[in-house]
Design a protein around this ligand. Structure first.
Ligand code: SF4
Length: 471
């Protein structure tokens, strides 16, 4: 029953329930399905879901997408079963590393932006109805769709509600932290804030560390259990395996043509956001590595022309996998992924509970977005990361997708673009759009812009460079 209305709640129309229902079917698929079987599956799915499955389950990456779907399915199952098992669900934004929650027996983490993306990728009508529900409540349309879509579903009263919310964006994204704060106040859910100060000195880190330790205390209270060293160590060992695999994939991305399919950046960041430190996360990353190594060793793959190596310097677009990832592949453009994979994880020191926790706190301090947008100087840290990655992976063009709510990245975009060009000679294309809402900028427009950028800017400057070096 809903205490506020006295009505029995039915959750079937909420984003979580719909995604969970679909994944309950997808997880029953065999590990390998033929092209004919895939065609059959696509025919029975609604159009939007079919479009994504066509891309996700294509034979060339199926070895990795199956463990990926199983991993997501496990996260959804655990969330759905939590209440019955007497466990508490903790909702957190994408920049909050989930491994500390996995170390509690009685807690289950779930990530707002992973749920939004799953809704957009797999549901008929994508996340549109939930966005509209949030707008219908009078929320402003300059909020970030990454979190507003899932939270809009929660606010509708038609979806599951977590037991607590971690506000992990305090100090790195006002839009995100305020949206989570609003939902926790409206639904009466405890909010655990983890603030990152804009001070990257040791003093700033110690302040963050104190906040993190305080947060552990609040989680212990919520879970009704103390954080146990034994469980923490088990998770930490798996975190280290995930880190190792992340770096192996990173190294492979240096090869030309890039043997790591573009969509794997989405697999990597979903693993980081939801199942880092879990067997399911390890299986997904191992499978991504296996497919990428097979590509690297295949003569056929190696002979492919690579017209450009493009890096998305913040977000990319997540509402049409076929017209985004597959289209770039067909055009021989290596999609090197976006900033959501720039987690730069380091192995945890397993000596003691304190050393493990210290490493986890440093990972949270250094995680995606917190590291760049929560830095003492947003543009400086962002530029340094972009320049480093351009050099690491031999990137020859970068793209800013211009996600419409991302005011902080917009505010330093010009200086970032100019500085990146000055330091590396690599040009940046600036686009406009919303990464999770297709009606903002049609994918055909994005394709046209990318195509022109590759033809008229990247390839021309490559030709000029070649002429200079041979002339
Ligand atoms: S995309 Fe931009 S506005 Fe949205 S949560 Fe991330 S940093 Fe904040």
């Amino acid at each position: 029953m809903d205490n506020r209305t006295g009505l029995k709640k039915t959750y079937s129309a909420g984003l979580f329930s719909r995604v969970h229902a679909l994944f309950s079917i997808l997880k029953k698929l065999p590990n390998h399905i033929s092209e004919e079987e895939l065609d059959g599956l696509i025919k029975v799915l609604p159009e939007d879901s079919a479009n994504s499955m066509k891309s996700l389950l294509k034979p060339a990456i199926q070895q990795a997408s199956m463990p990926f779907l199983h991993m997501l399915s496990a996260a959804l199952d655990e969330t759905a079963a939590a209440k019955e098992q007497g466990r508490k669900v903790v909702l957190a934004p994408f920049n909050f590393p989930p491994e500390i929650i996995h170390a509690f027996d009685n807690l289950v983490p779930i990530t707002t932006e992973v749920l939004t993306t799953l809704g957009v990728v797999s549901l008929e009508g994508q996340g549109e109805r939930y966005w509209e529900q949030a707008m219908g409540l009078g929320l402003p349309d300059h909020l970030c769709s990454a979190n507003t879509i899932d939270l809009g579903s929660m606010l509708s009263g038609m979806d599951f509600e977590p037991d607590a919310i971690i506000s992990g964006c305090v100090g790195s994204c006002d839009v995100n932290s305020k949206t989570h704060e609003f939902v926790s106040l409206l639904l009466g859910l405890p909010q655990i804030a983890l603030e990152k100060p804009p001070d990257n000195s040791e003093r700033g880190f110690n302040y963050f560390k104190n906040n993190y330790i305080k947060m552990i205390g609040e989680l212990e209270e919520l879970a009704g259990e103390k954080l146990k060293e034994e469980k923490l160590r088990l998770v930490a060992e798996k975190v280290n395996r995930c880190t190792e695999l992340y770096h192996d994939l990173w190294e492979l991305k240096k090869q030309v043509p890039c043997p790591v399919p573009g969509i794997f950046s989405l697999f990597v960041c979903a693993t980081r956001f939801a199942m880092w430190g879990r067997d399911e996360g390890i299986h997904t990353l191992e499978a991504c590595l296996k497919v990428s190594r097979q590509n690297y060793e295949s003569a056929d793959y190696k002979s492919r022309e690579e017209r450009a190596r493009v890096l998305w310097i913040y977000l990319s677009y997540y509402y049409d996998l076929v017209k985004f990832y597959d289209w770039m592949e067909e055009k021989n453009i290596s999609n090197m992924g976006d900033a959501l994979q720039w987690a730069f994880p380091e192995p945890l020191d397993l000596t003691s509970k304190e050393t493990i926790l210290d490493g986890m706190i440093r990972s949270a301090w250094n995680n995606v977005m917190t590291r760049q947008m929560g830095a003492a100087s947003m543009s400086q840290r962002w530029i340094e990361d972009i320049v480093y990655i351009i050099r690491e992976w031999g990137v020859n063009g970068t793209i800013y997708c211009g996600h419409h709510s991302c005011k902080q990245t917009w505010s330093v975009f010009s200086v970032t673009r100019n500085e990146v060009l000055k330091r590396t000679g690599v040009p940046t294309l600036g686009l406009q759009g919303d990464s999770w809402i297709r009606s903002m900028t049609p994918m055909s427009v994005i394709q046209e812009e990318v195509e022109q950028f590759v033809n008229n800017v990247i390839n021309k400057s490559n030709r000029r460079r070649r002429r200079r070096s041979t002339g």
